[in-house]
Design a protein around this ligand. Sequence first.
Ligand SMILES: C/C1=C2N=C(/C=C3N=C(/C(C)=C4\N[C@@](C)([C@@H]5N=C1[C@](C)(CCC(=O)O)[C@H]5CC(=O)O)[C@@](C)(CC(=O)O)[C@@H]4CCC(=O)O)[C@@](C)(CC(=O)O)[C@@H]\3CCC(=O)O)C(C)(C)[C@@H]/2CCC(=O)O
Length: 205
Amino acid sequence: MEYVRDGAEIYRRSFATIRAEADLSGLPEDVSRVVVRMIHACGMVDLVDDVRFSAGVVTAARKALLDGAAVLCDAEMVASGVTRTRLPAANEVICTLRDPAVPRLAAEIGNTRSAAALDLWGDRLGGAVVAIGNAPTALFRLLEMVAAGAPRPAAVVGIPVGFIGAAESKEALAESGLEYLIVRGRRGGSAMTAAAVNALASEAE
Ligand SMILES: C/C1=C2N=C(/C=C3N=C(/C(C)=C4\N[C@@](C)([C@@H]5N=C1[C@](C)(CCC(=O)O)[C@H]5CC(=O)O)[C@@](C)(CC(=O)O)[C@@H]4CCC(=O)O)[C@@](C)(CC(=O)O)[C@@H]\3CCC(=O)O)C(C)(C)[C@@H]/2CCC(=O)O
């Protein structure tokens, strides 16, 4: 069968197609590189219309990663999607969702396991890069924790997907004063979020 078999060539053509079809003209170059990779992960060139970000998010996330910050993820799917070789300082990639304490914590706080898992991030939250790609309740919980005085992360890639709470949690992040990158509305997901972290982690495409 006739198809492209060279991985590097597939990536090159994909990124060229995205840059030809997506209107990236309203984005600063550093954000545009991240959005290209997010589009690459989901195949939707109109995603760019819904991307919102704070002015310093790419600089803040990149500096944090260069300084060795951890990447804190809401779901194993996000953590699995982060390409370790792209991380500049052998950064830890952490997801606490499967910790045996999480179901009990969730019952105690009356929230989902995804939200309760954040309570195990502890001191690692200060200066970290947070990547939330699945659970709106995890993003809400992060904002509650920061509002209650928890250490502030360096940047938040907040792209949970879905119908219940996804849009609202992302709007709340944009209003929080944290450095943020979101996709407004229902769209999001673990693959797109991991792709954003991978773009933030490395200058190279
Ligand atoms: C309500 C939940 C939603 N899940 C979505 C989409 C996907 N979730 C997958 C998987 C495998 C997981 N989802 C959990 C996080 C699970 N999902 C929920 C919760 C019930 C509540 C989260 C919330 O509303 O904020 C949540 C369980 C919890 O108590 O926190 C997961 C932990 C469930 C489990 O396996 O135990 C698990 C995460 C596994 C991991 O660590 O990676 C899907 C693959 C669905 C599937 O299995 O078919 C899919 C992945 C989407 C993605 O790109 O990440 C929604 C749509 C996000 C939804 C929340 C919003 C809504 O409108 O319903």
